[in-house]
Every structure is written in structure tokens, then in C-alpha cells.
Ligand binder design. Structure first.
Ligand code: G3H
Ligand code: 13P
Ligand code: ZN
Length: 311
């Protein structure tokens, strides 16, 4: 269990691979992620959104952050791989402070919805506080939204590399999430998947810090199909193809956020198990094969990211 996410990511940035950052909301997802990382001998980042903290704490932020830290610490102590706990998309100052106080390794300040100057000011404020207690910080530039093939829209939604340069210098943020065309959830692209790799390349050149790709789930079509066969309604679900993830890593992405792939896998196999074993009422027996599959998708992701064996 490491205190600083920065060390893990700077090594990845130097050696040009990516670390998986996987979201969890409960014990079972956390176990699956950590087991996968241990089996792959990969450093790993586990992350909670503000919503996850509230969910874990039943609405109480301090309780949620404390429980997340205690769960991660207790499991990670038994492992050989470095594990960092990160606050994903921190927007509420109270939640960010609760995460820092509870012992998170790093926090994200997501002020990407604000105008550039305000994002910069807000990020700088969090960096000052977090750095004073040895915690690293991620920020975001541009907006995570699907883009159509439209130049004007692209300019307003995607990261501006020149702004990224100024932003990183002024805020002293440790890692940056540049918007290059991905979006959260299971429906990322209406037509062909497209990411702006030219922008990504420039952002890396100008900033030279570890970069983060949000909305990076692959949404594997075989798992979508399985879910639909067992009653889900997910037609049209589409993610980021594997070759695009690899290209993004070559161009400087070092942290890849994944939530949707774990959620879809969970839902698909939960539906399958429940419909195949209709007399089973022991949740542990239902969950065991389901979370084996969640673990498998995490391992597959880690291998694609190139972080297997890097622990
Ligand atoms: O960034 C989004 C993550 O998938 C977390 O989402 O706010 O539903 O926990 P959430
Ligand atoms: P996905 O929805 O593509 O898994 O993205 C997750 C994410 O960016 C969490 O911050
Ligand atoms: Zn995200």
C-alpha cells in the first residue's frame, strides 16, 4: 500500500506503459481488482467516485472515505504489488478533504466544467493543500463528451494543448486528464470510435507529466451480447477499441480509468448465474463465479495496458 500514486505513475510515464485505475463501490469489486493485480504482478490504482464514498458510507462522507481506506489497506497489506487509493472526479471540497484526511494516496479535482481560469484557480488551491500533506493530485482539461465530426464543437470540448502547458506549469498538478474524445459509460460513440491522437501527442510534449484517460472502457461486445441474451437491454453499447488504447499509451497515457467494463461484466454474469441456477439463494455462491469474471476482465485490461510484471 503506497502513500503516493505519483511514484507509480512517473515510472509508467518513463517506461511508457499504463496503470489500470479501477472504480469500486463495494468489497467484492475491490477484492476482484486486487486479486487480478496480484496475479498479474501489476501495480494498481483503485478508485472511488464521490458517489461511491457516499454509497459506502450510507450518505456519510467521512464514514465512506474511512471505510474505503480501511478496506484497501487491510487487503493490500497482504499483497506483493503496490496499491494506491484514488479519489475519482472530486468536485465537492468536503469530499476531497475527507479523502485526504482518511488517508487516500491521491485525489482528483475535477473542475473541468468551469471556465479555464476558474479550473486553474480551483486546481491550484487543491494542489497546495494536498501537496502539503504528501498527496498527489489529478486534474482535467476539456470536457468528457462524445464528439461529432465537427471542428467548432471539437475546439470547445477537447483539450487545448497550449492551455494544458500553462495549466500544468501554474497549478503544479501531478497528472492530467486531457479530453481527447472519450466519454463515460457504455455508449461512447454513435458511429466509428475516434480519438484525437494529435492533441494527445502535443499535450504530452508540452507537459511531460503522466496523463490519464477517462472513459476508457472497451465495452467488450461478447459480454454485451451475453448480457442481452440474459435479458439486459444494452444494444448500441460501444467502447474504446483495444488498438486505440495501445496507441494512446504509446503517445503518453499512463493511467487508464475503467468502471463500465466491470459493471457490464458483473451484470452479464449475474444475469447468467441467476437464470441458470434458479434454486440458489446463497449470495456468496451466486457472487463467486460472477466476480471470477470481473477479475478476468481486470486481468485482460492490465495485460493490454502493459503493466503486467511491473510491480
Ligand atoms: O467517472 C465515472 C465513474 O464511472 C464513477 O461513476 O459516479 O456512478 O460512481 P459514479
Ligand atoms: P468508463 O465509463 O469508460 O469505464 O470510464 C470510467 C472513468 O473514467 C472513471 O473516472
Ligand atoms: Zn472519469
Amino acid at each position: 500500500y503506497v502513500k503516493n500514486t505519483k511514484e507509480i505513475l512517473e515510472k509508467a510515464s518513463k517506461e511508457r506503459y499504463a496503470i489500470g485505475a479501477f472504480n469500486f463501490n463495494n468489497m467484492e469489486f475491490l477484492q476482484a481488482i486486487l486479486e487480478a493485480a496480484e496475479e498479474e504482478k501489476a501495480p494498481v490504482i483503485v478508485a472511488t467516485s464521490e458517489g461511491a464514498i457516499k454509497y459506502i458510507g450510507k450518505g456519510d462522507i467521512e464514514t465512506g472515505a474511512k471505510l474505503a481506506v480501511e478496506m484497501v489497506r487491510t487487503y493490500a497489506e497482504k499483497l506483493s504489488v503496490p496499491v494506491a487509493l484514488h479519489l475519482d472526479h472530486g468536485r465537492d471540497f468536503k469530499v476531497i478533504m475527507a479523502a485526504i484526511k482518511a488517508g487516500y494516496s491521491s485525489v482528483m479535482i475535477d473542475a473541468s466544467h468551469l471556465p479555464f481560469e476558474e479550473n486553474l484557480r480551483e486546481t491550484k488551491r487543491i494542489v497546495e493543500i494536498a501537496h502539503a500533506v504528501g498527496i498527489s493530485v489529478e486534474a482535467e482539461l476539456g470536457k468528457l463528451k462524445g464528439i461529432e465530426d465537427n471542428v467548432v464543437e471539437k475546439e470547445s470540448v477537447l483539450v487545448d494543448p497550449e492551455e494544458a502547458k500553462v495549466f500544468v506549469k501554474e497549478t503544479e498538478v501531478d497528472f492530467l486528464a486531457p479530453a481527447i474524445g472519450t466519454s463515460h459509460g457504455a455508449f461512447k460513440f454513435k458511429g466509428e470510435a475516434q480519438l484525437d491522437f494529435e492533441r494527445l501527442k502535443k499535450v504530452k510534449e508540452y507537459t511531460q507529466i503522466p496523463l490519464v484517460l477517462h472513459g476508457a472502457s472497451m465495452v467488450p461486445q461478447d459480454i454485451v451480447k451475453l448480457a442481452n441474451e440474459y435479458g439486459a437491454e444494452l444494444s448500441g453499447a460501444k467502447g474504446v477499441p483495444e488498438d486505440m488504447l495501445k496507441k494512446a499509451i504509446e503517445l503518453g497515457i499512463n493511467k487508464i480509468n475503467t468502471d463500465t467494463d466491470l459493471r457490464i461484466t458483473f451484470v452479464a454474469y449475474l444475469r447468467k448465474v441467476l437464470s441458470e441456477d434458479k434454486s440458489q439463494i446463497d449470495p456468496r455462491k451466486i457472487f463467486k463465479p460472477v466476480f471470477e469474471q470481473v477479475k478476468e476482465i481486470v486481468k485482460e485490461r492490465i495485460r493490454i495496458f502493459g503493466s503486467s510484471g511491473k510491480a
